[in-house]
Ligand binder design. Sequence first.
Ligand code: HEC
Length: 324
Amino acid sequence: MNKTLLSLIVYVATLGVFHNVLFPIFTPKEIGMVMNRYVYYLIMVLTVIFLHLIMKLKPTMAFRGLMVWTLGFYFYKFILFPPVPWTLFITYMMLWSIGTFLYISQDPITFREFREPIVKTIVGEYKFAQILVFTLMPFLVGFGTYKALYPTFEEPVELRTVHPAPPATTKVHGKTYALEGLQNPFRIAEQDDYQDSFPFLDADKSEYMRHITDGGSLFFQNCHYCHGDQLNGLGMFSHVFNPTPANFVDPGTIAMLRESFLFWRVSKGGPGLPNESTPWSSAMPPWEEHLKTDEIWKIILFEYWYTGWHPRTFDGESSITLKE
Ligand code: HEC
């Protein structure tokens, strides 16, 4: 059997076994003196040499050069730790390639030996190799160009302002509202008076619970797809959006906002956000196009009732302190 072919089989098999079986064993979480990736590499290289010696394999110069080159590649790609940046990797590989080339071209005999298979492939003496190389080459170049040119979508570097300063006024359904001092018309009494009541069950017992029930129905008709049926932002569509739908249970959203802020956000949605909030586009729809003013207020009432938060009030006290 051809000695170079045998050498190729031995080389590939050794690398395959080492990389897939021994590499994970030699890279445990707690690195020790023996269980060390560099020790692993040394053993792997020694095994390749040892197998070549006992099997008396003498691969051609070109293949020897290829082996040395790939061993270097393997070292920088998988062994060296922590991994080096891409540009440094290229630099190291250039140096490694030059070193390999110096080894090959150390004298005219080794250099001729190295060139032999390449020349024979090009002139057509190795017919099969020639066909293989010349058909694969255009595809590889094409694929490389495609990969390099294909646009990637990276996240913008600017940070998104989640809660921008609201405008002074907002116009909803033809009426202009000043946000400062704007109250929820359906907040009849303090929420705590109705702690033991339930929307839907107690809707006919008090006016307040009826508004909350209306808001709840509207929420489940319009909002829960994104904001979740537990109002935790994990609705069935939530996973495809960036930014993700707001989690109303979290103390960082409606708990620290005024109801007028919510009124503005719900009416105007993502399109109504000022520039500082839009490196990504919010999927939040402008609900003024689908809901009546009263309906928006009722949903807001429901969101606070369900989560148990208290809207931030105008004297600046936050609901978080109120809750304690
Ligand atoms: C298509 C998905 C989607 C639907 C449906 C949806 N939202 Fe949103 N909503 C979002 C996303 C995404 C955000 C977060 C980005 C942002 O602030 O605009 C958000 C944010 C919000 C905020 C701002 C919270 C904060 O902390 O600033 C409120 C209030 C809100 N939604 C209420 C509602 C209400 C009420 C409804 C139903 C009438 C609703 N949403 C329906 C996607 C949705």
